[in-house]
Design a protein around this ligand. Structure first.
Ligand SMILES: [Zn+2]
Length: 257
């Protein structure tokens, strides 16, 4: 998986992203700019605002939040003080309390932010990675932002039976979009094909791991018996640790209950 840390690239017409361990992306709405999420380091607020102006020619007006984890909201307070408006699902507002980075506009289920040329369609699909997760779609650019619901092969939550069912439901809802590119919260851009492959891999793992755990095999023995699939070997950090972590997660959460 080829990628350059901190490279700024246009993912689709009018949608940019700075690719890193912690990604940040933004969109030209035609009359203003919206940033998606707000990183973990508040000192990045000036840097990102300048990148937005440089690439879109517009001032930052909207902060659209995918979920309320600390590594996605750190620049909210400064950008809010400078006049930007935070838009997030109601569950984020409930968690934010009186914090100065809190949402100004909260929605239930779905919302649309309309600009002159592009819009952002927000849909709450929470209950797996976090209670807060929303998926964002930019229809003109044909770009989707699914934050941490895709972790380049890492199962993004504890795979209890309930969360396993919800995760499949959520990722299948993601697949309904007509998107050429998918931005995730961390690491390189992916496509809907990667999400489809993750779903089939997830099923393969849910079939393969529990019987081996039940037969008394150790995690090391299971890892030896179920190597990372060859076609996923270039997925970001997948063979280093994510595949192994998935075996642990399934062993801990799916079998012993
Ligand atoms: Zn994250």
């Amino acid at each position: 998986m080829e990628w350059v840390e901190n490279e700024v690239k246009e993912v689709g017409p009018g949608v940019w992203m700075r690719v890193a361990i912690d990604n940040i992306s933004w969109c030209d709405l035609g009359d203003s700019a919206a940033v998606i999420d707000a990183l973990e380091d508040p000192a990045q607020a000036d840097v990102v605002r300048a990148l937005i102006k440089e690439t879109t020619g517009r001032d930052l007006k909207w902060i659209v939040t995918t979920h309320w984890d600390a590594d996605h909201i750190a620049c909210n307070p400064q950008w809010r003080r400078e006049g930007a408006v935070v838009v997030a699902h109601q569950s984020c507002a409930d968690s934010a309390g009186d914090w100065e980075g809190r949402p100004d506009i909260a929605y239930a289920d779905r919302a649309v932010l309309r600009g002159a040329t592009e819009r952002i369609e927000m849909r709450w699909l929470g209950g797996t990675h976090t209670p807060w997760d929303s998926v964002l779609f930019f229809p003109r650019a044909r770009v989707l932002h699914i934050a941490d619901l895709f972790g380049w092969g890492l199962i993004p939550c504890r795979p209890t039976p309930e969360k396993t069912a919800r995760l499949k439901e959520v990722l299948n809802a993601v697949l309904e979009h007509d998107a050429d590119a998918v931005i995730c919260g961390h690491g390189p851009v992916c496509t809907l094909d990667h999400i489809r492959r993750f779903l089939s891999y997830f099923d393969e793992m849910l079939d393969a791991v529990p019987p081996l755990v039940a037969s008394g095999k150790s995690l090391e023995e299971i890892e030896a018996q179920i190597p990372p699939p060859a076609d996923m070997s270039d997925w970001w950090r997948f063979t280093d640790w994510k595949h192994k972590k998935n075996i642990e997660l399934i062993a801990e959460n799916f079998v012993r209950q």
